[in-house]
Ligand binder design. Structure first.
Ligand code: NAD
Length: 316
């Protein structure tokens, strides 16, 4: 069976590719090497999968490729491609979020209309919820994004649900809650905190550090994709959290403990678009396809720290 991953050179996409190849699937991966972060880092993400003869890489933007030709060769789609990042989504760059998160998703879904897919998995985000009053957040909780990025991911999710209703494309949305682990994007919190501690640099904390996040280890997020491929209900959305909700400041204390180095903290004003708290209720994913996160924050951070220590050069 052959599968398609969009955004395969990214953090989540490259891990998912390694896992799906390991499971014995043939794989086509598409990526445009969007310059949100350097191409060299993405090339490095892809290094292992490119050695596998069952992997074909297509460099290109979903908006320009002959998608029908690609889709005719696959049985399912894992749509990870997007421009991520909450803070960069304000202002004139929003047009990039419209293009890569909304238009690219619509173009891909259009191209899927005449293809008999087993599943179309959409990488959604906890950012679609915004500042939820209900904790833990359920899939039925209100969706009120607090960032333009969240708005774009929610629009993508609505599109997948629409194409299920209108054309029967078997879409499933996975709402990831802050994913971390090796190859995490360089703009993300843990990457920045760990490298700053390792290099003895200042850590900028926006707000008090008391904000909480539900952190999901990359292996658990990847597992959720595989489980949703087999057992996710069409037209449905699922929370994918890590079961490790902690305060940012507590996470930094764990990094200090693991690395044996102390953090030099600099507090700054809270950032527009950052949700105060995230905390996923994952019982729906558990019920429908047996999702149960395995890696707790201590083990996950220890593995993330070790990997980054060994690979810091990639990011210099
Ligand atoms: N990392 C997280 O914590 C997190 C949390 C919630 C949701 N998500 C979602 O998961 C997905 C993967 O996130 P990530 O952290 O791996 O991001 P990433 O930036 O590392 O990967 C996304 C990849 O998509 C590619 N891409 C973007 N637009 C494209 C287009 N139009 N055509 C082809 N390729 C394109 C980029 O070049 C990039 O390599 C995204 O959809 C993101 O919104 C991630």
């Amino acid at each position: 069976m052959a599968l398609l991953i969009t955004g395969v050179a990214g953090f989540v996409g490259s891990h998912l590719a390694e896992r799906l190849l390991k499971e014995g699937f043939d794989l086509i991966g598409v990526d445009s090497f969007l310059d949100y972060y350097p191409k060299g880092i993405k090339e490095n993400n892809l290094k292992r999968v490119r050695e596998n003869p069952r992997f074909e890489f297509i460099e290109g933007n979903l908006l320009n490729l002959n998608l029908k030709e690609i889709l005719e060769q696959v049985d399912a789609v894992f749509h990870q491609a997007a421009i991520p990042g909450v803070r960069a989504s304000w202002g004139k760059d929003f047009s990039q979020y419209v293009e890569n998160n909304i238009q690219a998703t619509q173009v891909l879904l259009e191209a899927c209309k005449d293809i008999r897919l087993k599943k179309f998995i959409y990488a959604s985000s906890s950012s679609i919820y915004g500042d939820s009053d209900e904790l833990p957040i359920k899939e039925t909780s209100p969706t009120n994004p607090v960032s333009p990025y969240g708005v774009s991911k929610l629009a993508g999710e609505h599109l997948t649900a629409l194409y299920f209703k209108g054309y029967g494309i078997p879409t499933v949305s996975l709402r990831y809650f802050t994913v971390y682990g090796s190859r995490q994007r360089p703009d993300m919190g843990f990457h920045k905190f760990i490298s700053a501690v390792l290099l003895g640099r200042e850590i900028e904390i926006y707000g008090t550090g008391e904000q909480t996040r539900d952190f999901t280890f990359i292996e658990d997020a990847v597992e959720a994709n595989l489980q949703a491929f087999f057992g996710g209900k069409e037209g449905e959305a699922y929370n994918v959290g890590g079961g490790s909700r902690i305060k940012l400041i507590e996470a930094i204390r764990i990094i200090e403990e693991i690395s044996g180095k102390s953090a030099n903290l600099k507090y700054k004003d809270p950032q527009r678009g950052d949700a105060k708290h995230t905390y996923a209720d994952v019982s729906k994913a558990k019920r429908d396809f047996g999702y149960s996160p395995k890696v707790n924050i201590y083990e996950g951070l220890a593995r993330h720290c070790k990997w980054l220590k060994d690979n810091l050069d990639i990011y210099r």
